[in-house]
Write a protein that binds this ligand. Sequence first.
Ligand code: ADP
Length: 260
Amino acid sequence: FHITCVPILGFQDKIKGIVLVFHDITELKHLEQMRKDFVANVSHELRTPVTSLKGFAETLLDGAMDDVELRKKFLSIIWKESDRLQNLIQDLLDFTKMEQSNFKLNWQTVNLATIIDDVTTLLETKARKKELKMHVELSGSLEMDGDAERLKQILINLINNALSYTPSGGEVWITGKDVDENIELYVKDTGIGITDDEVPRIFERFYRVDKARSRNSGGTGLGLAIVKHLVEAHKGSIKVTSQKDKGTTFQMIFSKKRKD
Ligand code: ADP
């Protein structure tokens, strides 16, 4: 609490009473703490791949370069780590842009069917490599007011996660439904699932259920935070249902007509 103290003066400036005002700064402190955590997290997340890049480059220069097998192995690690770094920087830029008050969507009439088609084409190779089946089920008209690029980003993040957190041989469904005034969108997988106590936390920036495994997946821990921001910017809603070792479903509801 911050306390402001004001005396109430009476006849001949005699103090008759005191007004104490308590300012609740819990929220302010909370925001400040979140900002500090964010900076600490960013620094940590950036340092990890850089340390690894430096280490592998150094080992190559120290002689590992002469061994063909080792050279290939280290170079592929270097490639993977720089790829992760690039994703992380992109996510960070997107995320900070979205958090600014002047962030605006580029509203157009978009067809979600086209966007789903673009995104599944983009992620087909990843699905094939992991021997995962992707199914698309669309019904009715999927035209809505929205920002095509941002809706695409929502789907990329969710489908990419579904592919990352589902073991080989599993399945992923992308469903788009026309329901009265709304469009319902589902991304469902038969993957590793998320426990009940972790579900509320997964939309937090940098939150990962299993840091090591998520890092292997090339994730940054910002994907779902970005998704939530973008869904809310569209005045839509997002919900998760999940069962450990069974699978996860993300449900989104968007209004077809823009809401202000
Ligand atoms: P990341 O870049 O680590 O994937 P996200 O913000 O996209 O970060 O997701 C946060 C965490 O939520 C992930 O690290 C993972 O533990 C969990 N998660 C997200 N999507 C799924 C899913 N489809 N199945 C299981 N776990 C998931």
